[in-house]
Every structure is written in C-alpha cells, then in structure tokens.
Design a protein around this ligand. Structure first.
Ligand SMILES: Cc1cc2nc3c(=O)[nH]c(=O)nc-3n(C[C@H](O)[C@H](O)[C@H](O)COP(=O)(O)OP(=O)(O)OC[C@H]3O[C@@H](n4cnc5c(N)ncnc54)[C@H](O)[C@@H]3O)c2cc1C
Ligand SMILES: NC(=O)c1ccc[n+]([C@@H]2O[C@H](COP(=O)([O-])OP(=O)(O)OC[C@H]3O[C@@H](n4cnc5c(N)ncnc54)[C@H](O)[C@@H]3O)[C@@H](O)[C@H]2O)c1
Length: 444
C-alpha cells in the first residue's frame, strides 16, 4: 500500500489526513505531531479569555482517537527531527525518547507557523506571553484566574491583538494596545475603517498606544512595565502578537522557499522536491488580488490547502483557486470584513487603483426593527476595471456578503459587471437600491 506521511496534524494536517482517509481506502497514513493536541481553534482563545464561551472543550474538532478510528497511525508529542528527502524517510523522537524512522511514498508538510518573537529586552520575563497553542491560552487563563493580573499590555494591534484586547477588557483587566503602525488592523483595512475600529476600541475602554515602538519590557523576575519610544505602561502581563512566521526548519535548506522562509508551492501544493507537498501556514499561497505568490496565515487557507494536497498526493489532480486573504473580525459587537487589496496597498504596489464607497441602511427605512447601517468599499483597478478588494463594516452580521466579493476578486470580475447584476429585493432583507449596486454604480 502507498504510504503517505503527514508532518504536523493541526488544521492543515488534519484536513489532509481526513481527505485521504475519507476518499482513498488504498492509502496508509501516518502522522507525527510535536504537540499533545490536535485542531485547537486559536480564534476561540479570545472568546474563552473574555468568558464569552463556557470553556475550551468545544474548540477542538478532532483528536488522535478520531483519526485513528478512521485508520491513521498517529504519533503525538513526537516531533520530526529530520527528513532524508533522497531516501524518503522521516526521523522522529517520541516523548520518552523512542526513535522512529518512517518511510514514505508521499510526504505532506504541515508544520504551520510560529509567533514572531521581537528582539526586545525583557521578553524573557515571567508573564510575557505568546498566544498560539492551546497550552499558551491555558497558561494565560490560569494566570488571570490567580488574580495577580490587573494591567495587560498587548503588543501588536493586528487580528490577534485586537481580539485579545477585547477579551482582556471583558475579563475586567486594564488593557493597553500598542502598535508601531499609527492605527490597528492596518494590514487589512483602509484608514476610514481602521479609524472606526480605533474609536470603537477607545469607547470600550481600551487604552491605545499606536505609532509607538516597544523599546524594553521592564521587571525583576516578573514583568512590571512596557517602555515604548513615547510612554511607559504598567503591566502585570504582556502579550506579544506581532505576526506569524512559517515554521520550516524541517526543510533543512533543501526545499525552495519564499522570501519569508515559507515553502514555495505550486497550484497543487507541490514543493520543489517531487512527492513532497506543503500546506497551511508553512507554505505560500497564490494571491488572486496581486496575481502573485504570497504568505497569508489563516486557518481557512490551511484547511483548503490540506484538501488540495491530499487529493493530489492520492492521484486526483486538483489545483488551488488561489486566495485573497478574506477575513473578518467582531469586536464588542462591531463587525469588519475584508478581502483582497486595500486602496492603500494597491496604490503602494503602483496600481492605478480607485475605491467606490457607499453607506446605507440594510433594509428600507419603513422596516423599523432589526434594521442597521452597512458601510462598503470596493477597490478596483481604474485601467483594467478589475475588482481588487472590498471592505465592509456594520453593527450587524453582514459576513456572508464578503464571500461574494472574495469570489469577485478570485474571478477577476470588473466593477462594471457588478453595476447591474441581478440582485434580488425583499424588504425583510435589503433595499431595491441595495448598497452593493449603489457602490458599483458610483464607480468612476
Ligand atoms: C489566537 C489566534 C486566533 C486565530 N484566529 C483565526 C481566525 O479567526 N481565522 C483564521 O482563519 N485563522 C485564525 N488564526 C490563524 C490559524 O490558527 C492558523 O492559520 C492555523 O493554525 C494554521 O494551521 P496549520 O495547521 O497550517 O499550522 P499550525 O496551527 O501552526 O499547526 C502546525 C502543527 O505542526 C506541528 N509541528 C510543527 N513542527 C513539527 C515537527 N517538526 N514535527 C511534528 N510536528 C510539528 C505543530 O505541533 C502543530 O500542531 C488564529 C491564530 C491564533 C493564534
Ligand atoms: N479573525 C481572523 O481571521 C484572525 C484572528 C487572529 C489571527 N488571525 C491570523 O493569524 C495571523 C497572526 O495574527 P497577528 O495578529 O499576530 O498578526 P497580524 O499580521 O494580523 O498583525 C500584526 C500586528 O503587529 C504589528 N507589529 C509588527 N511588529 C511590531 C512591533 N515590533 N511592535 C509593535 N507592533 C508590531 C503590525 O503593525 C500589525 O498590526 C495573521 O495571519 C492573522 O490574519 C486571523
């Protein structure tokens, strides 16, 4: 039987393993993971800290037993130390020192990412936390429950930082959110949108320290304060969340990599070595918005790339549709969504980009209840007319609409095609002049 080995069994690895076991009964699957758990949804960490969910048990959708019941051989707490790519053997060490040499016909690398550790003096002090693994979340919660943590400084106002700032505030902490950029979520939204989130965070009692660089974390054994180039903030806990880097040391310089070290893959998730695939946060993606290779660490990309690699490894050729980094965030009831390029990013790339904006009520004004405002921006290329991205925000759940724009970017739809497309109308749901049509009609 053909042997497929999957290194790393979190979101990407689990998707690949399930796809193989569900569809190809003639394959043997073995997986090795350094961690003791599988499929922890990091997105639930903020909900857990902020007591919006009862606990972490629902944050896992798979485990060793589930995968073994389907027929996989699962080695947990067994990091793969090295790989002989020429002779197709992986070498791993179990938690009690047992040594494994596992041959493979096909290899799927799903080693994920690691949080970026900034070279800041004092980062090794007690209560300076990274937040990636289930164990990290549990440690933070244990410390919060000890009652010793009042002031929390979150460094990095990207997706994790903003979500955790809300969570700590909900937990009753005094929260400062620091970012070297002059706003939050700057990688995902233009200023008009980030300004809304910034105001919203402030209105909800989070102290913002944007446009500041952390110079030092001070303390004796435990952290006591964070010093930036402008201010000093009291801190009983510091959370560092300034982005992810791909975890690709296992490539040992033998696989071709992207500029940030991610394994370079083609549309079938194949790496530069035959029969070796890479998926999830350790691999590159094809970005439809830039029409180029990119690195976008998201669980959604991890799952899809796992499915694609599994089929290809088993002999069914399928190609990725590419991605556009579609994402969403919900903070104290305020929801923001985006896909593709922001206007700022597009212009910085030298594209002759333009944006069309529209803000309106979701439903006609005679609908007096459960009606809400929606703000939409569509970014497009003025020369080719192709839609490059979109941003939305609302106090209500408008999340499904961003999928529509995601597909538009994927399929390189022009803004003109969106002007008079067939959008239905029913007052329970929307307006005859709905905001998507109106934004598109206004495009220059
Ligand atoms: C707090 C937080 C919130 C998030 N929220 C969202 C969200 O809302 N939406 C979203 O799309 N994404 C979110 N993400 C990002 C998402 O979690 C990652 O993109 C996703 O985990 C990537 O999955 P992966 O399987 O590729 O990699 P990882 O989750 O990094 O898993 C890699 C696995 O490989 C194992 N491994 C590594 N090296 C070895 C080795 N040498 N031998 C054996 N095993 C190894 C690790 O133990 C791990 O289990 C969030 C992340 C965090 C931390
Ligand atoms: N809702 C979601 O979809 C969701 C939620 C959480 C995480 N994620 C994903 O997980 C990955 C990691 O998230 P993240 O929040 O760590 O990264 P991120 O890229 O979203 O944000 C990193 C932030 O850190 C800031 N930064 C960088 N260096 C800094 C420094 N030295 N000092 C201060 N600030 C600094 C950046 O300006 C940026 O705002 C991302 O790919 C993210 O999209 C997604």
């Amino acid at each position: 039987m053909e042997k497929i080995v999957v290194v790393g069994a979190n979101h990407a690895g689990t998707a690949a393993i399930n796809t193989i076991l569900d569809n190809y009964k003639d394959k043997e699957v073995a997986t090795f993971d350094a961690n003791s758990n599988i499929s922890f949804l990091g997105c639930g960490m903020a909900l857990w800290i902020g007591k919006q969910i009862a606990g972490p048990s629902g944050l896992f959708y798979s485990d060793k037993e589930k995968l073994e019941n389907k027929g996989a051989k699962v080695y947990m707490e067994t990091p793969v130390d090295s790989i002989d790519y020429d002779n197709k053997v992986i070498y791993a060490t179990g938690k009690n020192g047992e040594k494994y040499a596992q041959e493979y016909d096909k290899l799927i690398l799903a080693t994920g990412s690691l949080p970026i550790a900034p070279p800041i003096k004092g980062s090794d002090l007690e209560n300076v936390q990274f937040v990636k693994l289930y164990q990290n979340a549990q440690e933070v919660i244990d410390k919060l429950e000890s009652g010793a943590i009042k002031n929390v400084v979150v460094v990095g106002a990207g997706y994790i930082g903003v979500e955790l700032a809300e969570a700590f505030k909900r937990n009753g902490n005094d929260v400062t959110l620091v970012d070297m950029a002059d706003t939050c979520l700057s990688g995902y939204y233009d200023k008009e949108y980030t300004d809304r989130m910034t105001n919203h965070l402030e209105e909800n009692g989070i102290r913002l320290a944007f446009g500041q660089s952390v110079k030092e974390i001070k303390g004796t054994t435990k952290v006591e304060s964070v010093v930036t180039d402008k201010e000093e903030f009291k801190a009983d806990m510091v959370v560092l969340c300034i982005g992810f880097k791909p975890n690709t040391t296992i490539g040992d310089g033998k696989l071709e990599t992207f500029k940030n070290g991610a394994f370079l893959v083609n549309e079938k998730q194949e790496t530069s070595i035959k029969d070796v695939y890479a998926i999830g946060d350790c691999a590159t993606v094809y970005d439809n918005a830039t029409s180029d290779t990119d690195y976008i660490a998201l669980a959604s990309n991890a799952v899809r790339s796992g499915i694609i690699a599994a089929h290809n490894a088993c002999g069914t050729e399928i190609a990725t549709e590419g991605v556009q980094g579609t994402n969403g965030i919900s903070i104290f009831g305020f929801n923001m969504l985006s896909t593709g390029l922001t206007l700022t990013k597009a212009k910085n790339m030298g594209i002759n980009a333009e944006a069309t904006d529209f803000e309106d009520w979701q439903k006609p004004l005679f609908i007096e209840h459960d009606n809400f405002k929606v703000k939409l921006r569509i970014v497009y290329d003025k020369d080719t007319r192709v839609i490059l991205g979109a941003q939305m925000c609302s106090d209500h759940d408008i999340s499904l609409a961003i999928h529509f724009f995601s597909l538009a970017v994927q399929e390189k739809l022009t803004i003109d095609k969106m002007k008079l497309f067939d959008a239905f109308f029913l007052p329970h749901f929307n307006q005859p002049y709905n905001y998507i049509t109106m934004a598109a009609l206004q495009a220059k």
